[in-house]
Design a protein. Structure first.
Length: 255
């Protein structure tokens, strides 16, 4: 039986009812039955880089604040989603910390080291709380704080242990729950990834990722294709927000 050797997928033409440009079903006009031994490769992928420094999934700082003579109180600082460079990030973090009204914070970006320093005057003690399932969507990686807690003592500049992360998304994965025979293991044990996409263009640019290794094939022999499900996810496995922009890619079938 004859079958097309190439499929061109464009999320603008996704099936009705699809969640988004990064989580969609693509309906083929007819069913395609693939012979035994057929392999597929996701050849060329085009994705606009709309990924911001601060996204919903990495936007919150959790603090424990204690003033003299009072019990410690947990506070939440929400960073505004957007694209920042290191200097504008430092300014924004400072503004959001000062909006709490618990002391006066100064946040400075040190260009030679790539790190932020945070100085607090006024409160007796502030602790930047570490990563924990009970504190979701933290921005610790964004500000270079690492995963552990950091104590900020009145009048002492506390230097963050790591470089700031203004890039946000460095690698993407194209995933499908019904295309292929699970030929890979993702960084978190995922088995439905069909293509890795390196984010090689800066913010607002257009990522064009072409297949660079013939071993990146997918076993599809004997499959019957019509409704294909795709997701575009980041390195944590979360479906990315394309902010209304579309993605496109091609699939080539090989004997």
């Amino acid at each position: 039986m004859s079958f097309p050797r190439k499929l061109y997928i464009d999320s603008r033409f996704r099936a009705a009812g699809s969640a988004s440009h990064s989580d969609f079903t693509f309906q083929l006009p007819r069913s395609i039955e693939l012979p035994a031994g057929t392999r597929a490769v996701v050849d060329s992928v085009q994705v606009p880089n709309v990924f911001e420094t601060v996204e919903k999934t990495r936007s919150i700082l959790y603090l424990m604040v204690q003033d003299a003579g009072s019990a410690p109180v947990e506070r939440v600082v929400r960073l505004v989603a957007g694209h920042y460079n290191a200097f504008t990030l430092a300014s924004h973090v400072q503004d959001q910390l000062n909006a709490l009204g618990d002391g006066e914070f100064t946040v400075v970006y040190n260009e030679p080291t790539g790190r932020l320093s945070i100085t607090m005057i006024g409160a007796s003690y502030v602790r930047l709380l570490g990563r924990d399932p009970s504190r979701p969507n933290d921005a610790l990686e964004v500000i270079g704080a690492g995963e552990g807690g950091i104590d900020i003592v009145n009048g002492v500049a506390e230097i963050m242990p790591h470089h700031v992360d203004v890039v946000g998304v460095r690698v993407l994965f194209l995933a499908s729950s019904n295309f292929g025979a699970y030929n890979c293991l993702g960084p978190r044990g995922e088995t439905d990834y069909i293509r890795q996409i390196m984010v090689s263009e800066g913010y607002s640019g257009y990522i064009t990722d072409k297949l660079n290794h013939p071993g990146e094939y997918i076993d599809v022999g004997g499959a019957q294709l019509q409704s294909l499900k795709f997701r575009l996810v980041d390195g944590t496995g979360a479906v990315v927000d394309m902010k209304g922009r579309s993605i496109a890619f091609s699939i080539i079938f090989l004997d």
